[in-house]
Design a protein around this ligand. Sequence first.
Ligand code: TRP
Length: 333
Amino acid sequence: METNKKTMLSGIQPSGDLHLGNYLGAIKNWGGRSEDYDCFYFMADLHAITVRQNPADLRRRTLTQLATYIACGLDPEKNTLFIQSHVRQHAELGWVLNCYTMFGELSRMTQFKDKSRKNADNINGGLFTYPSLMAADILLYQPDFVPVGADQKQHVELCRNIVQRFNGVYGDVFKMPEFYSTKEGARVMCLTEPSNKMSKSAPEGCVFLLEKPEDIARKFKRAVTDSDTERCVRYAPEEKPGVSNLMNIYAAVTGKTMDEIEREFDGKGYGAFKPAVGDAVIELLRPIREETERILADKAYLESVYKNGAERAGYVAEKTLRKVYKKVGFIPR
Ligand code: TRP
């Protein structure tokens, strides 16, 4: 890999099946980044087990996610794609950074409070120290930017505090990473409750990337439109959140402007509009689904991708870890 490019890194937890919101909001834009950046993307399986996972589901999702990324245009030759647990330096640096992260800081994390509420029977130590592991994920690769959703900003800020604290004691060990907001893509809302973001937790309002065309068609036919009287396709996010969400999706998929869409469905009403959006999404997802299935069936290829990825990632990670071990006073073996 070239070294004069800036570096980007992001991790995705394989804790749910990917959906249209993930694709239009994020994944769609990733492929092009490798022109300008050295990109590292990993499946954050170490993070996923902070919430109880069914082992077979975790395995299936980890591999499916990897295959889907490739199918969506993330070229494994141009991006380092790997599985977090394959690069043991994450857990090792995670431990070290735990010792440079304050109880008070971790207590303030809103994701921890949130997940503690949702998993009240399993508030484990990993859930609490999750941000130190995330800081390790980041700092092992010395990235310039960390592209993540707004919900992860607080964790990146904590990582920056750790850098300051650690570098303050040991000199310039870590490069200071920057938060990079990933809201460049379309914000896709739930089809049944358009005031919420599309999410796997409301499956009837959520279109999964690998879903069958007939299921996608059904979900769009049943999508909530608004109880206004004009019944026309007009972009008005405040007044008509359901229709506007469908228009956003249609625009993102077809590249048409809102004006063009309004003209296309002028006088046609919702009965024609909803299935048209469904059809456009079905055609968008068809090649992604077919390609994902093809890649998943090619076990040897998939294995070669994650082995190569782990090797490339491990090489970079080991250099950082060795430096850190030396700085804190561990004896080299
Ligand atoms: N915490 C992130 C999330 O839930 C996933 C993640 C783990 C991550 N390690 C990371 C993201 C490092 C960016 C960098 O979405």
